[in-house]
Write a protein that binds this ligand. Structure first.
Ligand code: ZN
Length: 340
């Protein structure tokens, strides 16, 4: 009961990449970089295992950023001439690459780290990728001329990689869609359809992660504008409940999300965020247990996966490790209570 998992990312060792940055520079290059990424992947898996995480990830150690780590494996994108674009409905500006031709995968994206992790853990393994809506919200377009057409083109690439990850032995494939909390109308008109394209024919479990972002200043300022109750999920969860996606990952810890909205996901696995990634304060196991107990009012015990609110990449390694341990220990408390 209560298999624990994490949203996806963990901080990288400082011998691999600059610490404390969302867009870090790699510290090594060439064949050394490829080897260092795999070494860091192994460490990330081990840390999760030791903390009691049941569905482990590669810690996203092989990618510079959660969106661009995918895009760098796509042909048809000009990375040399980045343009400034307001993203997440202009919440912040970023220098983004431009789509200049039909998008096509250059080859495998996450094959090396997925196979390496698979070879070294007996736990269930999850690999995350950016969702189609979040991708097209993080890239400029000079080819398709239509955001939806471009999103569906990316969904086909995600689908090819998802099928290959399943063949690598990956158990859960998760798409990160923070854009689903920003463009709720588009989720209805084409967002779920694009996700369905991405999971078409995939036999592994599929998940979507929808959050209020990392604890960076632009997000903290944005959250202040959302009022005392964050009800964005109210519009998207009913659609996801009817969708073919197996699992939904959401934030609950220290959040203004009314927990009763979780009820809207009945029938799905719910990855309950019980670790706040926007603070260095490490939760006590009892804090985690309290969040899980509260969520149990709205999700049945066999569908609840204790999780983190979002990726832990902006945290220090020591804080992230301590939070992983709190997650495992907090889940164990409630597990013991329920098994009496
Ligand atoms: Zn997130």
């Amino acid at each position: 009961m209560f298999p624990t998992t994490i949203a996806g990312s963990l901080p990288k060792p400082s011998w691999l990449a600059e610490p404390d940055k969302l867009w870090p520079q790699w510290r090594v290059a060439g064949a050394d970089l490829a080897a260092a990424k795999l070494d860091a992947t192994l460490l990330a898996v081990k840390l999760q295992e030791d903390a009691g995480v049941d569905v482990v990830t590669d810690g996203e150690q092989s990618r510079q950023h959660f969106v661009h780590g995918f895009l760098e494996f796509v042909d048809g994108i000009d990375f040399a001439n980045k343009v400034e674009m307001g993203i997440r409905n202009d919440r912040y500006k970023a220098m983004v690459p431009t789509v200049t031709g039909p998008v096509k995968l250059k080859g495998r994206v996450h094959g090396a780290e997925a196979r390496h992790a698979r070879a070294h853990t007996k736990r269930k393994l999850k690999i995350t990728m950016p969702g189609p809506m979040t991708i097209i919200d993080t890239i400029a377009d000079r080819h398709y001329g239509d955001r939806v057409t471009m999103a569906l083109a990316f969904a086909d690439l995600l689908n090819a990689e998802a099928r290959a990850l399943e063949a690598d032995g990956v158990d859960v494939i998760q798409f990160d869609e923070p854009a689903f909390n920003v463009y709720m109308k588009e989720v209805t008109t084409w967002g779920v359809e694009a996700l369905h394209r991405a999971i078409d024919g995939v036999g592994a479990k599929t998940a979507v992660h929808i959050c209020y972002g990392y604890g960076i200043k632009a997000n903290i300022d944005w959250k202040k504008t959302l009022g005392s109750e964050w009800r964005q999920y109210e519009q998207t969860f009913p659609l996801l409940a009817k969708s073919a996606i197996d699992q939904v990952s959401l934030e609950c810890a220290n959040s203004h999300v009314p927990l009763e909205l979780v009820e809207l996901l009945r029938g799905k696995d719910v990855l309950v965020g019980a670790i706040d990634v926007a603070t260095d304060r490490v939760e006590a196991p009892e804090d985690v247990a309290a969040t899980l107990r509260a969520a149990l009012q709205y999700v049945s015990a066999d569908r609840l996966y204790p999780c983190t609110n979002c990726g832990m990449v902006p945290l220090t390694r020591e804080v992230a490790r301590a939070k992983l341990c709190a997650l495992g220990a907090g889940a164990a408390i409630v597990r013991a209570e329920l098994s009496g």
